[in-house]
Write a protein of this length. Structure first.
Length: 101
């Protein structure tokens, strides 16, 4: 996939995801560790593996965000065909929030 196409796909996915919602705050690695400890959240690697199994893709990134008063992991996954998907999972319960985007 040409770089321009990959960039367009990434921008389109970002625009369609909760990441585009105002008021969403994503945490740094240190802040994420503090939030996990403070709120007894599920470890991100566990949910990344679950999300990868759900959509049959390789996890490439996971980050913790506060979105609509919930702590949510935004997990980016790479499919074999080169498509990048985003799966959102509740960090406290592990429940999937919507389908891949």
């Amino acid at each position: 996939m040409p770089i321009a196409s990959a960039l367009s796909l990434t921008l389109a996915l970002a625009a369609a995801s909760p990441a585009a919602v105002e008021g969403r705050i994503c945490y740094s690695n240190a802040q994420t560790r503090a939030q996990i400890a403070a709120h007894k959240l599920i470890e991100p690697f566990k949910l990344m593996k679950e999300a990868a199994a759900l959509v049959k893709a390789e996890p490439i990134r996971g980050r913790l965000c506060r979105w609509n008063d919930s702590l949510v992991y935004e997990i980016s996954l790479l499919r074999r065909d080169g498509q990048v998907l985003r799966v959102f999972m509740n960090a406290a319960t592990g429940q999937r929030m919507g389908g891949p985007q």
